[in-house]
Design a protein around this ligand. Sequence first.
Ligand SMILES: [Zn+2]
Length: 440
Amino acid sequence: MSGLLIRDAAILTMAGEKPELLSGDIVVRGSAIASVAGRGEAAQPGAEAGAGEGWQVIDAGGMLAMPGLVNCHQHAAMTLFRGYSDDLRLMEWLETKIWPAEARLTGEDVYWGTMLAIAEMIRSGATTFADMYTFMEDVARAVSETGIRASLARGLLFLDRHGEERLREARALHEEWHGAADGRVTVMLGPHSPYTCPPEGMRKVLALAAELGAPVHIHLAETVEEERQCRSAYGKSPARYLAGLGLFAEHQVLAAHAVHLSEDDLDLMAGMRGGISHNPVSNQKLGCGVAPVQAMRARGIAVGLGTDGAGSATTLDMFEEVKTAAWLQKNRAGDPTALTAYEALRMATREGARALGLDGRIGTLEPGKAADLILVDLRKAHLTPRLDPVALLAYAAGGADVDTTIVNGRVLMLHRRLLTIDEGEVLGQVEARARRLIYG
Ligand SMILES: [Zn+2]
């Protein structure tokens, strides 16, 4: 079997409750991690493995290896709308800008927009993303070709005549793509939100989720407006509305945002399978508020981090989410000990994997896990001195410090060069397509 030897790295496994820093080699066989700094397959030391035919060796001296980042909430193809309409309220942004432009989207637009997002994610250290959008077979094609890992959901809305058609597309996506691309693609069902899914539609989605055994990816309690609207329509908070339909008790759920939750809402969600995607940059940019992350974590709910689409968040750099998540919770609590650097990094890796239901496969550097990892080059002015790599990664590092990105044992970026994407073509395609979508 071919393999990969990462030689002489500082290694942050993210496996323990406390930071665990090792140094040495990481051996990857096929798609999986075989050993980490001598732990794992003892009989075949890295040097010996690396000497063999078909082995790739990466010298990681001066670099830190850590699990690839998990971006828990994305609308990847919305890179097409990056910087197009900022500084608007969410509903106004959707209704006057985004939905009209999206009505002109084709599958090819979505493919190229997703390719751009994937290029940016690989460049900034994200190795897995959870996506909800339209033309998902084109998203799946981009995921398959580029080598990244993704959990995909066809966005389901029931405000027009096309609800049933979208549901059929969701079923077809699951049949065709769940477990595809060497297991890198998994499929969820994506009822967009409480405000776009009235009870009748929501029940159909949940029946299909139960039939397929698929997790449910949904926006939840993102804005005060949503909360008000839900109370006036159903006399309940968004979380209670969904709980009443059996969402948290009966399904594995990935709930995005979860900003406006009461204690009562949080109690309803305690014990849920799956978790939350906390999207602090998007929330701050849209003035949505600060999610009660500490209260969620205190109830044992997995809280991962996401960027949301580039249409709203503008950037897909997960290192920004790590910083912002920590800073917001410290400010919310008025306490700098709240949400530590290591906890924020755990949210970006292991907790995110748990929120996606993928923690058995990814999220830590341990023998047997899929080889999804990044090398961060620490030989930089803003990352010196290296007294506490955890603090540097959480508070000083940025996506541009990622040197090498590996998914499922395959090197997707080596020393800042993308190996599976023709970046020049992607940039050109998106520039032209964005102009057509917006200016006609
Ligand atoms: Zn979203």
